[in-house]
Design a protein around this ligand. Structure first.
Ligand code: ZN
Length: 243
């Protein structure tokens, strides 16, 4: 089976549509999402509708639960909190309910989806270092899936256990049967690795191969919508520098 894995869309419809167009050329069986569909961007309703129309299943991101009122936002910074409150006002009761119902993890085929750390998915911690990755690798049950796709930091990174400390930014990785791997799929709607292009991953479970794609899109259009919506200007400006 061939899967497209996307995430951290953050209500950026321009980026989402560009990524879906690219994935359509990849002869995929299924597209899945690691969460944070909404928050920050100007088109939360449209992004939720697009995923529904395309039958994209997702796990819960912290911004999804926060927008639905199912997660305390006192620890969010001012900009994120402002965007969450703006988003909540615009979502229908059905949209809010669909966000509340997202599970924290999903196991599909031979892999797991989670938004942040697999060992404590409800705490939404970043997984940036090898120390943080080890906890997640340890949380993969013996005899179960050995591959986990995640997000949250918006920084594409891969941790491969079999190669002892190998951390790579840009995978074109063939997984051996003995590998355990954690793959941050990067962000569709707000990349933070100084590359403004949208990020996504294609996984072929027969070939055991993971390939990352970076997809240019109309960043200026997305930024303009954020500013025109009255959201904090920084949320538009940061898209242009991938930060
Ligand atoms: Zn996010």
């Amino acid at each position: 089976m061939r899967y497209g894995i996307i995430g951290d869309i953050h209500a950026n419809l321009d980026a989402l549509d560009a990524v879906l167009d690219r994935l359509d050329a990849e002869r995929l069986d299924r597209i899945l999402c690691i969460g944070d569909i909404v928050g920050y961007g100007a088109q939360p309703t449209e992004c939720l509708a697009r995923l529904r129309d395309r039958n994209v299943q997702s796990v819960a991101g912290n911004h999804d639960l926060a927008a639905a009122g199912a997660l305390d936002i006192t620890y969010f910074n001012d900009t994120a909190r402002t965007a969450i409150l703006w988003t909540r006002e615009r979502l229908s009761p059905a949209d809010l309910e669909s966000l509340t119902e997202l599970p924290l993890t999903r196991t599909i085929d031979d892999f797991i989806l989670v938004h942040s750390s697999l060992d404590h998915p409800e705490q939404f911690e970043y997984v940036m270092s090898w120390e943080e990755a080890e906890g997640c690798l340890g949380a993969m049950p013996e005899g179960g899936p050995t591959l986990c796709f995640f997000g949250h930091s918006h920084v594409p990174i891969t941790f491969l256990a079999a190669h002892n400390l190998l951390v790579t930014i840009d995978p074109d990785v063939r997984l051996e049967p003995f590998d355990k791997a954690l793959v941050n799929v990067g962000s569709v709607g707000q990349p933070r690795d100084q590359n403004p292009d949208a990020s996504c991953v294609v996984y072929d479970s027969d070939e055991k191969r993971i390939v990352r794609h970076r997809v240019p899109y109309d960043v200026d259009a997305a930024a303009r919508k954020i500013i025109d919506a009255g959201l904090p200007t920084i949320l538009g400006e940061r898209l242009k520098v991938g930060q």
